[in-house]
Write a protein that binds this ligand. Structure first.
Ligand SMILES: NC(=O)c1ccc[n+]([C@@H]2O[C@H](COP(=O)([O-])OP(=O)(O)OC[C@H]3O[C@@H](n4cnc5c(N)ncnc54)[C@H](O)[C@@H]3O)[C@@H](O)[C@H]2O)c1
Length: 266
C-alpha cells in the first residue's frame, strides 16, 4: 500500500519545476494527480509520461487567477473521482526588483498569482474537502518570508502574506472541525526556470544566483524532487497532527547572513 493510495490531489503550476516534481512524487506514492497549469503542452506531456508508467495523472488548463475556472476544475474532480483530498498551491511568479524600481502594476501582477490565486483555490476546495471528510492544503511559499533581500520586495511580500493566509485558514478549518490541515512549505534556492529567469543560463553564471549558492551551508541548490518529497509528507496522513506549520527546505540558507554581498543588493 503506497502512502497516498486513494487520494486525489490538485497541483497548480504542476507542469514543470517544483510543481512538476511534486506531481511526480505524489503520483509515484499512489495519488491521482490533477496537474493544473497554463502551459498546456508541458502539462499534457507530464500527465502522459506518468500514465505510461502506470500512474494516475490528468492535465487540466487552469489559470489560478480565475475563480470560475477553479469552480469548474473542482466540479470536474468531484464528478470524476467522488472526492478531493489534497491541494498544492504551487503556481507562482517572481519579479526580482527593489522598492525604488518596482511599479504598482508589477506588485499587483505578482500578488494576483502568488496570493490571490492560492486564496481562490483554497476557497474553491474547502467545500469539496469537507464533503470528502477532510483534506490537506499545502501552500508553496518561500524562504524569502524570512531571508530579506532588496530584490525580493514584491515577491517576499506576496509569500509572507501567503504564509499568513495559510495560518488563518488552518485555524479556521481546525476550529470548525473540518479535518482540513493547512501548512506552508518554504523552499530555498532550487534548480528551476524561476531561479534562472528563463535565461537558459547555468545558475552559477548568474551573479545573484551564484552568491546565493555560495551562502548555502549545505553547499548546493535543492533538486525539485527533494521539495516534492516534503510536500508528499504534508499531503499524507504521516503529518496528521500538523497544521499552521512552516516547513523550510533550504539547505540551511535562510538563517545565515549574507554580509551585504554586492551581487544581492540590486
Ligand atoms: N525555484 C526556487 O528556488 C523557489 C524558491 C522558493 C519558492 N519557490 C516557489 O515554488 C513555486 C514553483 O516555482 P518554480 O521554481 O518551479 O517555478 P517555475 O517558473 O519553474 O514554475 C512555475 C509554474 O507555475 C505556472 N504558473 C504561472 N502562472 C500561473 C497561473 N496564473 N496559473 C497557473 N499556473 C501558473 C507556470 O506555468 C509554471 O509551470 C512557486 O510558487 C515559487 O514561488 C521556488
Amino acid at each position: 500500500m503506497a502512502r497516498l493510495d486513494g487520494k486525489v490531489a490538485i497541483v497548480t503550476g504542476g507542469a514543470r519545476g517544483l510543481g512538476g516534481a511534486t506531481v511526480d512524487v505524489l503520483a509515484e506514492e499512489g495519488a491521482t494527480v490533477l496537474i493544473a497549469d497554463v502551459i498546456d503542452e508541458a502539462g499534457e506531456a507530464r500527465a502522459t509520461a506518468l500514465r505510461a508508467k502506470g500512474h494516475k495523472a490528468e492535465y487540466h488548463h487552469l489559470d489560478v487567477r480565475d475563480a470560475d475556472a477553479w469552480a469548474a476544475l473542482v466540479d470536474t474532480a468531484m464528478h470524476a473521482h467522488g472526492h478531493l483530498d489534497v491541494l498544492v498551491n504551487n503556481a507562482g511568479i517572481n519579479i526580482s526588483i527593489t522598492i525604488e524600481d518596482a511599479t504598482a502594476q508589477q506588485f499587483r501582477d505578482v500578488l494576483e498569482v502568488n496570493l490571490i490565486g492560492a486564496f481562490l483555490g483554497t476557497k474553491a476546495v474547502i467545500p469539496a474537502m469537507r464533503s470528502s471528510g477532510g483534506g490537506s492544503i499545502i501552500n508553496i511559499a518561500s524562504n524569502s518570508t524570512q531571508m530579506v533581500l532588496p530584490l525580493t520586495t514584491i515577491y517576499g511580500a506576496s509569500k509572507s502574506a501567503l504564509a499568513n493566509l495559510t495560518k488563518t485558514t488552518a485555524v479556521h478549518c481546525a476550529q470548525r472541525g473540518y479535518n482540513i490541515r493547512v501548512n506552508s512549505v518554504h523552499p530555498g534556492a532550487h534548480e528551476t526556470e524561476m531561479l534562472t529567469g528563463g535565461t537558459g543560463m547555468r545558475p552559477l553564471d548568474i551573479p545573484q544566483v551564484k552568491a546565493l549558492i555560495d551562502a548555502i551551508p549545505m553547499g548546493r541548490m535543492g533538486q525539485p524532487r527533494e521539495l516534492g518529497k516534503v510536500v508528499a509528507f504534508l499531503a499524507s496522513d504521516d503529518s496528521s497532527y500538523m497544521t499552521t506549520s512552516e516547513l523550510f527546505s533550504d539547505g540551511g540558507l535562510t538563517v545565515v547572513s549574507f554580509g551585504g554581498d554586492p551581487a544581492l543588493r540590486g
